[in-house]
Design a binder for this molecule. Structure first.
Ligand code: K1U
Ligand code: ZN
Length: 169
């Protein structure tokens, strides 16, 4: 297993639209293991392949307290999203240290393959529904800060670029 580097906003690669996974084979199973290791180490509850610069439709998640309920979504499709919405506080491993409110559907039904290539139907609400919508946005090349006002987004972009410059030797 390996820790993978996570792309940081405003890296333009975060805006790449992911392609479907063609086959759940040894390469994908190894990527899933590396993404879980990376997500757990970064203390995230989700990670999309886009964030580790792999542009295929693959998401890993674990919203459990014990960090022992891993969930894999391959080629996910939203079948239904509730018309009821809420403003939820979100964070993102690609935008470290920034948290803000995003309006999302309260519940979703999603069709996807699991880590073994079997079809699964997920009916999610609460934090899981929010996390699924956030991660599926990543696969479409969208980062949560794009829901914020241009003023907030520009402030975040400036802060991230400054942090990147200061990190560099
Ligand atoms: O996609 C990511 O960057 C992971 C992201 C997922 C996410 C968190 C919160 C709401 C929607 C999506 C994170 O894991 S951010 C860090 C985190 O663990 C967290 C932040 C806020 C609330 C709960 C967890
Ligand atoms: Zn994110």
């Amino acid at each position: 297993m390996a820790l993978l580097p996570i792309l940081c906003y405003p890296d333009p690669k975060l805006h790449t639209v992911a392609k479907p996974v063609a086959a759940v084979d040894a390469r994908i199973r190894s990527l899933i293991a590396d993404m879980f290791e990376t997500m757990y180490e970064a203390k995230g509850i989700g990670l999309a392949a886009t964030q580790v610069n792999v542009h295929e439709r693959l998401i890993v998640m674990d919203i459990s307290e014990g960090r022992d309920v891993p969930l894999v979504l391959i080629n996910p499709k939203i079948l239904w999203a509730s018309p009821e919405t809420h403003l939820n506080e979100e964070g993102c491993l690609s935008v470290p240290g920034i948290y803000d409110g995003v309006r999302r559907s309260d519940a979703v039904k999603v069709d996807a393959l699991d880590g073994e290539g079997r079809q699964q139907l997920i009916e999610a609400d609460g934090l899981l529904a929010v996390c699924i919508q956030h991660e599926m946005d990543h696969l479409m090349g969208k980062v949560f800060v794009e829901y914020l006002s241009p003023l907030k987004r520009n402030r975040i972009k400036t802060k991230m670029l400054k942090a990147l410059r200061e990190d560099r030797p």
